[in-house]
Write a protein of this length. Structure first.
Length: 652
């Protein structure tokens, strides 16, 4: 509807449709010479700009590639080699057999004539990575071949001169093969495309690839809502293997198009069942052998799922002290103490008692060291430091939170507590410090069913697990009136259930992403365009407005000094500092331009896609969680350490 917006936003399919419509319309226009002359002048000017950019491009690509190579984690590099090896293998099968074999099965030309006589051109195309460089030589070789086999050599030769340049402007098989990167990018970021999305990918990809690949790939990543950060991985892979293999395959594609069309024009295309059956048999055997070989190679190399270990290995960003955690709720405050405000009692005691709920990842949980960590755990430390007191953490169940706050046994509840109408009846709350996004937690292969309002509401009587909160149940009943709601006390009741027991768990994207790192067979689905938010706040005793005012003002200050933003990036977006050994570098180790410690490594993202991502590898089996409710819980600490629970986790 707006071609200029499409041009500026690089919406390539819309540009292609507009250009085709304009070209067809101009055919019947009588006075078009002036426009064509002006467009020729504009084309020449744009070509000069393009030539200048092309001369600079190698430097830019080198800089991007070196930056990506220097900042890639080993797990990302291992994942990237999956794409490069598969891409190169598929390209070789297509270029050396599948495409020329099809020509040999349908036309008088043999496989050797297609590949053997063109091998010099194909080697040059592979070496230069530029199909345009070999276009003239390629055309001449094809003309020589059709003169030998064609019934009318001159007519066939002239036809080749027309077909090859026209076919060159269309996306080739070599170019389209890079569409597989979209599947790869979705796989590593937890946004795997469903089979139902493949036709859309193919249609959008063909239209997009009329333009440059570096424009088409970002557009497709955005179209299928895959994190755009993966585009840097594409630049690295494309420069290592993609450019050369796709160019060679593109040359074979042009050869096949020219030979098939010239043979068809002369009536030489024949459907020979025996030749086609032989071609299909060899193709299937080659594909099976390649798949088996690649699978065996990757099994020998091994690849361990790291999302779980990275998550439970998270450490605090600001506080190095181990927090004091009480296993039992303290005695209620006396009547005299209850007559005072919570702030007065905290300052008099010299300690703030913070209650935290189990099953509230990543707001409060135990890491692999058995240490209580999380977003709200760090916020509690910050609050205690600024008040000049110590902090004690007390684990409370959801039903104990109200009584513990009301009796003065704890001073504040801090562990991702949602602010709902029902909770306001029993407790007082600070202002919201962050919002959570309501989402569905589903098995990875069912993400598409819960990815949009239309698809969710088309489900017939799904069984949805919901937390023990009237707020979530009421929301779901309005959204899905026909759904069967099953209340669960903990997310582990959902993750530990047999497949088929539940269709989904109504939860939040932020917390669900943390759980999906522990259980990578599950992913987060946010139904578009219904982005519903739930505010999180800190709970205090009902009626203590002085404490509410203190916490609300303090939250505002933490927004202003970016403390909340930094903690959100660390605990929710998963940007964990890499604690591995610093890499050797020329700047540090040879030139000595920086200190002995070398350059500070870039942060490694556990979950680059943010709150809605599922895991690094949703297809890999999960290691045994220490306990689902507290991932890194030490032996003998908290609940769930019994033998029966361990067996249940192993079976999960």
């Amino acid at each position: 509807s707006n071609p200029f917006h499409s041009l500026s936003a690089s919406i390539v399919p819309s540009v292609v449709v507009f250009s085709v419509a304009l070209g067809v319309a101009l055919i019947g226009v009588a006075e078009k010479e002036g426009l064509i002359q002006a467009l020729d002048t504009l084309k020449e000017a744009l070509s000069r700009i393009t030539s200048f950019v092309v001369r600079l491009a190698p430097y830019g690509v080198f800089a991007i590639a070196t930056h990506a190579a220097g900042t890639l984690s080993l797990s990302q590099a291992a994942s990237l080699q999956v794409y490069m090896i598969v891409y190169a293998s598929v390209a070789l099968v297509l270029a050396l057999w599948a495409v020329p074999g099809l020509v040999a099965a349908l036309t008088p030309y043999t496989w050797w004539e297609v590949i053997g006589r063109m091998r010099g051109v194909l080697i040059t195309a592979f070496a230069t990575g530029n199909l345009f460089v070999v276009l003239s030589v390629l055309t001449e070789r094809i003309k020589e071949l059709v003169r030998e086999r064609g019934r009318d050599p001159e007519r066939a030769s002239h036809f080749v001169e027309v077909v090859v340049p026209v076919a060159f402007t269309f996306p080739s098989v070599g170019k389209l093969l890079s569409l597989s990167f979209i599947l790869f990018a979705g796989w590593i970021s937890g946004y795997s495309l469903s089979v139902a999305q493949y036709p859309s990918l193919l249609a959008a990809g063909v239209a997009s690839y009329f333009g440059a690949t570096v424009v088409a790939i970002p557009f497709l990543l955005d179209l299928f809502q895959i994190p755009s950060d993966t585009f840097q991985l594409f630049l690295v892979a494309d420069n290592v293997v993609g450019l050369r293999f796709s160019t060679m395959l593109g040359a074979v594609h042009l050869i096949a198009i020219a030979l098939l069309t010239s043979a068809a024009m002369e009536g030489q295309v024949r459907f020979r069942p025996i030749a086609l059956l032989r071609y299909l048999t060899i193709t299937l055997l080659l594909v099976f052998s390649v798949i088996l070989g690649i699978r065996s190679a990757f099994e020998l190399m091994g690849h361990e799922y790291e999302g779980y270990n990275q998550f439970i290995g998270m450490q605090p960003t600001q506080n190095d002290r181990w927090p004091k955690v009480l296993e039992t709720i303290p005695e209620p405050a006396s009547d005299e103490d209850l007559a005072l405000t919570d702030l007065v009692r905290i300052l008099a005691r010299g300690t703030i008692r913070v209650g935290y709920l189990p099953d509230r990842l990543p707001w409060a949980f135990r890491n692999q060291d058995g240490r209580l960590v999380g977003f709200d755990v760090e916020m509690a430390h910050v609050l205690a430091n600024e008040l000049g007191v110590d902090v004690e953490f007390i684990r409370v169940d959801r039903e104990e939170l109200v009584s513990a706050l009301t009796s003065g046994a704890i001073d504040v509840g801090m562990s991702g507590i949602p602010l709902t109408t029902q909770s306001l009846e029993r407790l007082s709350f600070s202002k919201s410090y962050v919002d959570e996004t309501i989402a569905f937690i589903v098995r990875d292969h069912e993400r598409e069913k819960f990815g949009s309002r239309e698809s969710v509401q088309n489900l017939r009587s799904p069984t949805i697990a919901v937390p023990d909160s009237p707020y979530y149940a009421a929301k779901l009943r309005r959204y899905l009136p026909d759904a069967n709601l099953v209340v669960v006390n903990s997310p582990r009741d959902f993750f530990g259930a047999d497949e088929g027991t539940f269709d989904a768990l109504l939860y939040t994207a932020e917390s669900g992403s943390a759980w999906s790192l522990i259980y990578p067979a599950f992913t987060v689905a946010v139904p578009q365009p219904d982005i519903l938010k739930v505010p999180l706040a800190y709970a205090v005793r009902r009626g203590d407005e002085r404490m509410v005012e203190l916490l609300s003002t303090w939250i505002e200050l933490k927004h202003r000094d970016r403390t909340i933003d930094d903690l959100y990036r660390h605990w929710i977006l998963g940007r964990v500092s890499d604690q591995s050994e610093k890499r050797w570098s020329v700047i540090a180790n040879v030139l000595g331009w920086v200190g002995d410690e070398g350059p500070t490594p870039e942060p490694r993202q556990v979950d680059e896609a943010g709150p809605q991502a599922a895991s690094e590898n949703p297809r890999s089996p999960a290691p045994e969680p220490a306990t689902p409710e507290e991932p890194g819980q030490g032996e003998g600490e908290g609940e769930g350490g019994g033998e029966g629970e361990k067996d249940a986790d192993e079976s999960t």
